[in-house]
Ligand binder design. Sequence first.
Ligand code: THU
Length: 130
Amino acid sequence: MSLLAAATEVREKAYAPYSRFKVGAALRTSAGTVYVGCNVENVAYPEGTCAEAGAIAAMVAGGETRIAEVLVIADSPEPVPPCGGCRQKIAEFAGQEVRVTLCTTDGKQKVMTVAELLPGVFTAAHMDRT
Ligand code: THU
């Protein structure tokens, strides 16, 4: 299944009663598996989770850790960008060159790399003192 079809389908399952903004995310791993996630809100607002976080959690639970491609979709006037926290979450498992496709439900798309989404990413190397 294409990442666009997978993300579009899972977006319908989003639990977003507070923002009413449903988001779907799909990622393909280096092994070729597709994992999906949707946003899951909570009445205690900060406890809500993003679609990208859900897809990443599903990937790790599936025993994989290398992202080859990501796609995010929402009913947004412009292609929906991952939030700052999700950019760091994606960068944990994706190379700088990995493509992230930002989509709207009415067909607009914008392709960016992880490097473009998160310049100056914090990495494990920043904790190296020796
Ligand atoms: N949201 C995502 O799931 N992913 C994004 O990339 C942007 C924002 C969700 C979080 C919240 O449930 C709703 O969209 C409004 O912020």
